[in-house]
Design a protein around this ligand. Structure first.
Ligand SMILES: [Ca+2]
Ligand SMILES: [Ca+2]
Length: 353
């Protein structure tokens, strides 16, 4: 459906390239990672470019960057975190680097997840986000090997929870066994290609969007140790089933696929009635998905899909410090959704008298 009459869409930054992740930093600036140029672009609130930062430590030219996060105490703790996919040999890597006074330095590899030799480059996941507990949470795809999503010895097809300075799994992680066979970094399992990752600011719970095959595009609320079913939940390409006890079904799903991407909880107040709702983009449709939670904030009860063309929402959506909602497209621009002024005349029908 079209946007409500009171919502205005504008281009905030034209001509950006594949801005996978949008972040409004605590410094009031907009950060986005450029997938192809392996750089982070920083914009001022007026839309002017502040800096382009080449990510240090990425030497291979065939890498593609996906996720990005800022340290919770940024810029006092001036660490920027990125994920990138090295294509040859195929490997997903997460590193942090220091960015201070316009200088990027000290790249440190936190996590490396080499794909099996026959692995694919499409199911990488790669989003990362800090939790309210200060841990770094990562959504990692299964490189087209569904069995890995159920294998506690490998990080693929999981949500990981790590120490943001060392990359180590935290001792209170659900499958932590020290020197044992489990990958100590695992927080949840049974995921295919998780793209969106966001904490609910009201409950502190983690939510995630996952990409299925012919079915199985879904949104999940991630609980500690939870198993979200992939690949048992999809015995064939167009068939999705409930694998039964021990597996957590999605809270919302789409079929045919829309390819869910970034998600966020809208924290602003400028768009009336939207506060607290979950918003999501989708690669295939470019629509803005608004998912309504119930009062417990553990379930989804309704969905509203907005066609915001000629703007779009193919990759990420985020609340700005001005209380407005920002989206982006892959090919590409960054857009702002805000409210029209409230002076519009209120028209009453004759029947109201
Ligand atoms: Ca272990
Ligand atoms: Ca699932």
């Amino acid at each position: 459906m079209p946007l409500p009459a009171g919502v205005r869409v504008e281009t905030f930054i034209p001509q950006v390239e594949v801005p996978i992740t949008l972040i409004w930093g605590p410094d009031g600036r907009l950060y986005y990672g450029d997938r192809r140029r392996l750089s982070i672009f920083i914009y001022n609130p007026d839309g002017s470019l502040e800096a382009r930062v080449a990510v240090p430590g990425i030497t291979r030219q065939d890498g593609l960057m996906l996720g990005m996060a800022l340290h919770p105490q940024y810029p006092q703790e001036p660490w920027i975190y990125v994920q990138y996919t090295q294509n040859n040999p195929l490997s997903n890597r997460f590193l942090r680097f220091r960015y201070e006074n316009g200088v990027a330095s000290q790249p440190h590899l936190l996590l490396e997840a080499p794909a099996p030799p026959e692995g694919c480059i499409d199911h990488n996941g790669g989003k990362l986000v800090f939790g309210p507990d200060g841990a770094l949470y990562i959504g990692l795809g299964e490189n087209c090997f569904g069995e890995m999503a159920q294998d506690l010895r490998v990080p693929q097809g999981k949500v990981l929870r790590i120490d943001p300075m060392t990359g180590a799994g935290l001792p209170d992680n659900p499958f932590y066994d020290g020197d044992g066979p489990n990958d100590d970094r695992i927080w949840a399992l049974g995921l295919r290609n998780p793209f969106g990752l966001a904490f609910d600011p009201f409950t502190g719970e983690l939510w995630l969007s996952d990409n299925g095959p012919g079915c199985g595009d879904e949104v999940n609320r991630i609980v500690r140790g939870g198993n979200y079913g992939w690949p048992l939940s999809s015995p064939s390409y167009f068939e999705c089933i409930d694998p039964g006890e021990g597996y957590i079904p999605p809270l919302w799903s789409w079929s045919p696929p829309i390819a869910p991407t970034g998600i966020t909880f809208y924290r602003g107040n400028t768009l009336p009635g939207w506060h607290g709702d979950l918003f999501m983009c989708a690669w295939r449709t470019g629509h803005l998905y608004r998912l309504h939670l119930d009062h417990t904030r553990t379930r989804l009860v309704a969905e509203t899909v907005y066609d915001i063309a000629p703007a779009g929402c193919t990759l990420d959506v985020v609340t700005g410090p001005d209380g407005n909602l920002y989206t982006n497209t892959r090919d590409g621009a960054i857009f702002r959704l805000s409210s029209l002024p409230l002076w519009l005349p209120l028209v009453r029908g004759m029947g109201n008298r």
